[in-house]
Design a protein. Structure first.
Length: 155
């Protein structure tokens, strides 16, 4: 089954990129500098920041459904990042190199299935989960930190 991974839209964060540190703090955000690679995965580019690169660490609501599964977490975004547009069935390197939690949700935002997968074998795990007709989309999370990484849909 073909799938499409999608990044967060850069436009959602554009209003934050020029803010001062104080203004960011008021919006539950921080300016940080990557001090290792990997370790600072940008959700716009779906790539790890280079050492010395600036990012914003922001609070992001990744599941706004009116259910008990409504969820948010911290994510990194890079002000200078190009918008990722992975090809159908493409797994970005940022995802291939980590252990991921896959969470399959129904159209109305209810969790229907969950699993773990090594990034190197992520594609078959996505395909298997999306084969379940109850699942409308997947959220991929970094298993260790638990934060949202990307979304996967049927292509």
């Amino acid at each position: 089954m073909a799938f499409q991974i999608s990044a967060l839209d850069r436009a959602q964060f554009a209003n934050l990129f020029e803010l001062s540190d104080q203004e960011l703090k008021a919006r539950r955000a921080l300016r940080v500098v990557a001090d290792k690679k990997p370790g600072f995965p940008c959700r716009i580019s779906l790539a790890d920041a280079e050492v010395g690169e600036e990012l914003l660490l922001v609070h992001y609501e990744h599941l706004s459904a009116h259910t008990p599964y409504r969820a948010s977490h911290a994510v990194y975004v890079r002000p200078q990042a190009a918008q990722a547009q992975p090809a159908i069935n493409e797994i970005p390197e940022m995802l291939r190199t980590r252990i991921l939690s896959l969470r399959g949700f129904s159209e109305d935002g209810l969790l229907k299935e969950a699993d773990l997968a090594e990034g190197a074998v992520l594609a078959p795990a996505i395909e298997k989960m999306l084969a379940n007709p109850e699942i409308a989309f997947l959220h991929l999370h970094f298993a260790k930190a638990g934060c949202y990484a990307a979304r996967a849909d049927r292509a």
